[in-house]
Write a protein that binds this ligand. Structure first.
Ligand code: DGL
Length: 281
């Protein structure tokens, strides 16, 4: 019997955890943030794979038969290799799931114009993972992406709701929208971005005064969709659901300072959490 492991490069995956716990409060969870080595967004494929695999192995050792990569960058750069190369040989009865496919599944049904924009880290955009997944599932969709290198630092440094964030949010939105004026749906393809949602909405509203079409754009944060997808996965895989304990607990681990994690986690979860230090290698 075990817990559901949720991994992220840092704090961002807490937005995914929150969505999952909101929908499935009964299960037990272990959250692992590799804060000491975050951000992953600009790291190479090999490094993201190595770090992510270390975290997955640790969560397996801690008794998680199921791990969710709550990080878009790790999902984009490491998930497929872990699923195809690592699990079959080393942990055939364990499962690792990501956040890109569940988002890709739902987004095709949300867009009317079938023109979709993706805002994400440089690593996620360069990997083209969203384009590949969405085109596979919804071949009639056109996808354009825009990297937002300043958005994660704005959140990590607690500047996401300050006036200084306006410029960077507006700049990335304009760059995305100028690539395809028919976009009616924008995926917030990074776990940190839900915290910027009020700013994104505000900047979109301002841009809409010049182009009223923009006022109908749908913004898609991921938490609720990942939660729905996990719920569905456990329904379709009762053999996995039966291996999971249900006491409604959540333990938090970080590779950085637990005190620092506790303070920042507050921004994401709005509650005090108990955090322990962990080493990955
Ligand atoms: N959690 C990462 C993601 O969703 C963002 C932070 C990072 O770059 O590590 O892509």
């Amino acid at each position: 019997m075990g817990h559901i492991g949720i991994f992220d490069s840092g704090y961002g995956g807490l937005t995914i955890l929150e969505g999952i716990r909101h929908r499935m409060p009964d299960y037990d969870y272990i959250y692992l943030g590799d804060n000491a080595r975050a951000p992953y967004g600009t790291r190479s494929f090999d490094v993201v794979y190595e770090f992510t695999l270390q975290a997955v192995k640790k969560l397996f050792e801690m008794g998680c038969p199921l791990v969710i990569l709550g990080c878009n960058t790790a999902s984009a750069k490491a998930l497929r290799s872990i699923q195809q190369n690592y699990l079959p040989q080393h942990a055939p009865d364990h499962r690792v799931l990501g956040v890109i496919r569940p988002t890709a599944e739902v987004v095709g049904t949300l867009s009317h114009t079938h023109h979709i924009g993706v805002l994400a880290t440089e690593g996620t955009i360069k990997s083209q993972s969203y384009n590949l997944e969405i085109e596979k599932l919804h071949p009639d969709c056109t996808i354009v992406g825009q990297a937002c290198p300043m958005w994660v630092p704005l959140v990590e440094n607690n500047e996401f709701d300050k006036p200084g964030a306006d410029y960077f949010v507006r700049d990335s939105l304009q760059k995305l929208l100028s690539q395809d004026p028919l976009i009616d749906t924008i995926i917030l393809g990074c776990t940190h971005y839900p915290l910027l949602l009020p700013k994104i909405e505000q900047q979109l509203a301002q841009l809409s005064t010049v182009n009223c079409q923009l006022s109908t754009i749908k913004l898609v944060p991921q938490g609720q969709y990942i939660a729905a997808s996990l719920d569905d996965y456990l329904y379709r895989h009762p053999e996995m659901a039966q291996r999971l304990t249900r006491a409604g607990t959540c333990q938090y681990f970080t590779t950085e300072s637990p005190t620092k994690f506790r303070e920042s986690a507050n921004l994401f979860l709005h509650e005090e959490v108990n955090v322990q230090h962990i080493t990955l290698n």
